[in-house]
Design a protein around this ligand. Structure first.
Ligand code: HC1
Ligand code: SF4
Length: 568
């Protein structure tokens, strides 16, 4: 441990800590902007500068190591002036669109401008004039709002190891984006949205589809139904001002009903169905010498990443569509028939923790119902805005139930939202289907938690099944490289594009960080624990669906509606 003095206060920290960490530990606030804990630590913006006794210049506290006996001041007239000047310079090349900006109210630059009492900009000159990149259905890049903090670069290059975003040009002309200013659409981008979560301003954000949903809700000829992803019941509350990890399933259902949806259904229903299809696909490949390891297919960011970067593994990916898409295909066939509604009048909205889901639902092959299976996918941030627009007081809402039958689900489906959850759900079903025995312990602890790559093995009659789980594309890369080199061998692999799985998705509330991820994961396992049924194959609505419509897993109808293929 070392001891330093910050603002006349003695602070003890572990060796290797920075001045910023020491200050944070002592409860002393230092403003930051380019700094993003665990992700971007480079001292680029200089807003966190402090005075260190004996040093000739101001020191960026986020990158300067704390040292024994160091005497630091974080709050002097000179520092306040320096920080204000930095903000004024940043704002001198920033569009004044705060009122109409998607991040208004949740923008770090706006918050700092307010804190530093900036009422006018003393510097006037040339302003950047870039055309926004609206080329993908998921993410918009508005370079004019970029403050060159490089947080998105670190998220994309280090956290995800995809490497789409770079600094281009020099000096005033510098901009962050794909090389040569190409559009995201033409890049091997996963559309995971981790760069969006990292962005402190409105320079990177989801493509908003709220108005399209309002329009459908206002159309008397449309039967508008909504499905909610497993991970959002533990994060929508956060977007509505509650603590991270608040479980708000019942309130979320009530709020969606207040928005005017004709039916409030659950993607979890389709997650149970995915387990039935994917579990049987796994057993089929195992028995009949099919391509192994089988890899999960529900994360569209992971699928897109694989198509671009590891096409040699495409045959390994399960042919199962994601639960979002299985739900859509069934809504416009099975449900439409049951309700005697013309599928052309059914409008399916999904609420997802994800930006890649917007891309997934627009993929041309996702039309097996004869229509766009899912019409619009909204992020958690978007649906929270709809709740606010509708004047919904989330706190005082009663807890309501999902509608049947597409709203009935199990604990196995709930845990899809956390890394390892799809694998655990699959193992619960595969074990019981193969052995015919009741699984004594449903909790597969080895595949839980935030370790980058997790491994487990399960004994089935005649074979020990080896499984692995990776979350975040950097970890996926490590795992795939080990498979390629023959260093590792598995039978079944779960990969999710985002760190932590969907609870850390690019469409989740901002901030999403290690702490919020942990709280959401804990909540999701509590949801599972409290469910009456915790195995997908025991879901009565799924049993009925097979009896009435699909007949059997991997049957003709399933192939027609629930399975797909991938492209290089
Ligand atoms: Fe996910 Fe999935 S778990 S991909 O992370 O398989 O987005 O939550 O909805 O489709 O069910 C996301 C979450 C989600 C799908 C399911
Ligand atoms: Fe990189 Fe993901 Fe952003 Fe694409 S969406 S630029 S892959 S972080």
């Amino acid at each position: 441990m070392i001891t330093l003095t910050i603002n006349d206060k003695k602070v003890q920290v572990e060796e290797g800590s920075t001045i910023l960490e020491a200050a944070q530990k002592a409860g002393i606030y230092i403003p930051t902007l380019c700094y993003l804990e665990e992700i971007n630590i480079m001292g680029a913006c200089r807003l966190c500068v402090v005075e260190v006794e004996g040093a000739k210049t101001l020191q960026a506290s986020c990158v300067t190591p704390a040292a024994e006996g160091m005497v630091v001041r974080t709050n002097t007239p000179f520092l306040r002036k320096a920080r204000k000047a930095i903000l004024e310079l940043l704002l001198s090349d920033h569009p004044f669109e705060c009122l109409t900006c998607i991040r208004s109210g949740n923008c770090e630059l706006q918050k700092l401008a307010e804190e530093f009492n900036i009422r006018e900009i003393p510097y006037h000159g040339e302003k950047s004039d870039f055309k926004p990149d609206t080329s993908t259905p998921s993410i918009i890049r508005d370079t004019n709002k970029c403050i060159l903090c490089r947080r998105c670069i670190s998220a994309c290059s280090n956290v995800q190891r995809v490497g789409i975003l770079y600094p281009n040009e020099r000096g005033f002309k510098t901009f962050i984006g794909p090389p040569f200013g190409e559009n995201l659409k033409d890049m091997p981008c996963a559309l995971c949205g981790q760069c969006v979560l990292a962005c402190p301003t409105g320079a990177l954000h989801e493509k908003e589809d709220i108005d399209e949903v309002w329009k459908a809700l206002e159309d008397p000829n449309k039967h508008v139904i909504v499905q909610t992803a497993p991970a959002i019941r533990v994060s929508v509350g956060e977007a509505m001002g509650m603590d991270p990890g608040s479980i708000v399933t019942g309130k979320m259902v009530a709020a969606l009903r207040r928005l005017g949806f004709d039916r409030v259904f659950d993607t979890d229903f389709a997650a149970d169905l995915t387990i039935m299809e994917e579990g049987h696909e796994f057993l089929d490949r195992l028995k009949n010498g099919g391509k192994l390891p089988l890899m999960t297919s529900c994360s569209p960011g992971w699928v897109k990443f694989c198509e671009h970067h590891y096409p040699d593994f495409l045959e390994n990916i399960s042919t199962c569509k994601s639960p979002q898409q299985m739900f859509g295909a069934l809504a416009k066939t099975y449900y439409a028939n049951k309700m005697r509604i013309d599928p052309k009048n059914i409008f399916v909205v999904s609420i997802m923790p994800c930006t890649a889901k917007k891309f997934e639902c627009k993929r041309p092959e996702m039309t097996d119902s004869g229509y766009l299976d899912v019409d619009v996918s909204l992020t958690v941030r978007e649906v929270a805005k709809m709740f606010k627009q509708a004047g919904i007081n989330f706190d005082t809402l009663p807890e309501e139930e999902f509608d049947a039958p597409l709203g009935i689900s199990t604990g196995a489906a709930a845990i899809f939202g956390a890394t390892g959850g799809v694998m655990e759900a699959a193992l619960r079903t595969v074990y019981e289907v193969v052995t015919g025995e009741t699984l004594q312990n449903l909790d597969f602890e080895d595949v839980r938690g935030l370790k980058g790559v997790k491994e487990a093995s399960v004994n089935l009659p005649g074979i020990t099944v080896k499984v692995a789980v990776a979350h975040g594309l950097a970890n996926a890369r490590d795992l795939l490289d080990q498979l390629r080199s023959g260093e590792k061998e598995y039978h079944f692999i779960e990969i999710m594009a985002c760190p932590g799985g969907c609870i850390g998705g690019g469409g989740q509330p901002i901030p999403t960080n290690t702490e919020t991820r942990k709280r959401r994961i804990e909540a999701i396992y509590n949801v599972d624990k409290n469910m009456a049924i915790r195995k997908s194959h025991e879901n009565p609505a799924i049993k009925k669906l097979y009896k009435e419509f699909l007949i059997k897993p991997l049957g003709h109808k399933s192939h027609e509606l629930l399975h797909t293929e991938y492209y290089q």
